[in-house]
Design a protein around this ligand. Structure first.
Ligand code: XMP
Length: 319
């Protein structure tokens, strides 16, 4: 793709001009955007870049291993793997307001990046995989009054006190363009084609307060759901699919016993840029089989519902 080749060359020049001899820290989230940003910046400035992967305890099943393997073994890019799950889950305990969740997570990310920067003798820049739609949605509705829909942690949520300047080489791109760029940079297809995953992670898929118990249930339900989608050959047709754990228990019956367990919500949408989206029209038989598998395989769940809301009026994530 010649357009992306040109973009790549230009972006590399811009990064070099901005950074000079400075040191850069890049937060990896497990998503495509931060991975592409990291590989691009590494190409521009090599060992001036250190990548930091923060395990905040709200990642998908096996996420940490997948990301660490890709970067350490495939790219040989220096990577610091920080397990900050106790700190994040501790500070989030009892927090139920979605915006406070997002802001708390944004603040803790900066604390971790600051601490890691000190360990390598200081960093001048923080790199992020911010895309064009992130910028727009965190700022305002076009043409309307300025209303923040959500504080994307990689845009609005950064505390003023941060001592590092931002490097955001993907700020003008849409998701489909980032994927083309990722392929251009040689990222494996399995990674480039992954569904988007938000920086705040499962925190915004767990309405109400977040506990380790709930996150473990959610991780397992999500893994079964994605496995079902892959087996049905639908993964690449869908923009994003994930499970949500509702803060509600309902009564059920299993064998001759009464159950009282959590409800899992399933979300799947088609979209081209995440700004608008349609719910995915699964066959009822697919939904039925998926519900049966989740209830049989995931302890703590006895009911599954499917979200048929498009965006607008719903957002893709539940918080
Ligand atoms: P919403 O829920 O706003 O999501 O319709 C649109 C797209 O953005 C992703 N998203 C985020 N990505 N940090 C991110 O890196 C965030 O804070 C964040 N919030 C939402 C969401 O997964 C969807 O793809």
């Amino acid at each position: 793709d010649w357009t992306m080749r040109a973009f790549r060359e230009e972006a590399i020049e811009k990064i070099r001009a901005q950074v000079g001899p400075g040191r850069v820290i890049c937060g990896l989230s497990g998503g495509v955007d931060s991975a592409v940003a990291a590989v691009l910046i590494h190409e521009a400035i090599g060992h001036q870049l250190t990548c930091v992967f923060v395990d905040h305890g709200m990642l998908r099943l096996d996420e940490a291993k997948t990301v660490v393997d890709l970067f350490r073994h495939h790219y040989n890019i220096p990577l610091v793997h920080v397990d900050a799950s106790k700190q994040f889950l501790g500070e989030l305990a009892g927090v139920t307001d979605p915006e406070i969740k997002r802001k708390t997570i944004g603040r803790l990310f900066i604390d971790v990046f600051d601490a890691e920067a000190k360990k390598i003798g200081g960093a001048d820049f923080l790199a992020q995989g911010t895309l064009y739609p992130d910028v727009i949605e965190s700022v305002s509705f076009t043409g309307g009054p300025s209303v923040t829909i959500k504080s994307h942690h990689n845009v609005g949520g950064l505390p003023e006190r941060m001592n590092m300047k931002l490097v955001e080489p993907l700020r003008e791109l849409f998701k489909d363009e980032v994927r083309v760029l990722g392929r251009e940079l040689g990222l494996p297809e399995i990674f480039v084609g992954r569904h988007p995953f938000p920086g705040p992670g499962l925190a915004i898929r767990c309405p109400g307060d977040i506990t380790k118990e709930k996150l473990d249930i959610l991780r397992q339900a999500d893994a079964v759901y994605i496995d079902q989608i892959r087996k049905a050959g639908l993964y690449d047709t869908i923009w994003q699919a994930f499970a949500v754990l509702l803060p509600v228990k309902t009564v059920g019956v299993m064998g001759d016993g009464r159950t009282y367990e959590y409800v899992v919500g399933l979300r799947a949408v088609t979209s081209t840029d995440g700004m608008t989206a349609d719910f995915y029209p699964f066959d009822m038989s697919f939904l039925g089989q998926t519900a049966t598998r989740i209830i049989n395989e995931v302890k703590g769940v006895n009911r599954v519902v499917y979200d048929v809301t498009s965006k607008p009026p719903g957002t893709i994530e539940w918080e």
